[in-house]
Design a protein around this ligand. Structure first.
Ligand code: ATP
Ligand code: MG
Length: 269
């Protein structure tokens, strides 16, 4: 990993982590005139879950979208600073964004299966990325992805049925299977459980815990309990700034910043 120059005003030192997968330095985001993110620096470790928490509008989704360049799709959005994936600048002009988004997958708040069969929802990515040489190979990827998303047993007899016909929790697991199918290295989840009931939420949380063995996971959540349950590291955002970050236990028990303390004790947000 190349040495990154942290000199310069206003740069927060990111607390170092073992084996960072994603390294962000001094990231600023503007939507037109609006300065939505200020000098965000963070190291996101591999094989761990990092939670982004903070009040509505503080920039959690904005920063999450920087990590796979989803903000490129918003015309007014301008991103500056540096973000590296395995030491490689993801904003480098020679970088293939389609390839980046296969390496850094995303799961959204509202389950959004394609209006296609369960099978096709999962097969779509591997097919466009040429990951299977034959139908048998594709079948195997679909089955493996559905198993990893702990959905296979529930849908194995109806793979040709529409994905949109599943329950909300099943649809979200289908979206996770779809994200996994292209063998990403990082999975970004933006409030993946906010549309789910407690039972479906518990299943997704268990799944996230299993997935962290193989992936780097970043989850945005409004639930402090969820952040405490599923993450090893937590970053607290407030008014476009990353106020505090560190081991989850530390953030929830002995936060250093008053704003973090107020948020986790429910005083605002
Ligand atoms: N597409 C956009 N165009 C203009 N402004 C935007 C856009 N998306 C977000 N913003 C602004 O950027 C700031 C950060 O928004 P963001 O969606 O990242 O917050 P958030 O922390 O994810 O909030 P929430 O918890 O409500 O999802 C807000 O002030 C928001 O209004
Ligand atoms: Mg958001």
């Amino acid at each position: 990993m190349p040495q990154i120059d942290l000199a310069g005003a206003g740069v927060q030192p990111a607390t170092a982590v073992a084996k960072p997968k994603v390294v962000a330095r001094d990231v600023n985001v503007h939507y037109g005139e609006k300065h939505a993110l200020h000098n965000v620096s963070i190291d996101i470790p591999e094989q761990a879950v990092t939670a982004f928490i903070g009040p509505s509008g503080c920039g959690k989704s904005t920063f999450l979208r920087c990590i796979n360049r989803m903000n490129d799709t918003i015309a007014s959005c301008r991103v500056t600073g540096r973000i590296e994936l395995d030491g490689e600048d993801i904003y480098d002009r020679s970088l293939d964004v389609v390839q980046l988004r296969a390496r850094v997958g995303m799961v959204f708040q509202k389950p959004n299966p394609f209006p296609k069969s369960i099978y096709e929802n999962v097969a779509y990515g591997p097919r466009i990325h040429g990951l299977a040489q034959s139908k048998a190979e594709l079948d195997e990827i679909v089955e493996r992805s559905l198993k990893r998303a702990s959905l296979f047993e529930e849908v194995k007899d109806r793979l040709d049925a529409p994905g949109t016909g599943l329950s909300g929790g099943q649809q979200q697991r289908l979206c996770i299977a779809r994200a996994i199918a292209v063998s990403p290295e990082v999975i970004l989840m933006d409030e993946p459980c906010s549309a789910l009931d407690p039972i479906a939420t518990a299943r997704i949380e268990e799944l996230i815990d299993e997935l962290r063995e193989n992936y780097t996971i970043v989850i945005v959540t409004h639930s402090m309990q969820q952040a405490a349950r599923v993450s090893q590291r937590t970053a607290f955002f407030h008014l476009g700034k990353l106020v505090e970050q560190g081991p989850t236990e530390h953030i929830f028990t002995t936060p250093e910043d008053k704003r973090t303390q107020d948020y986790i004790t429910g005083r605002f947000g």
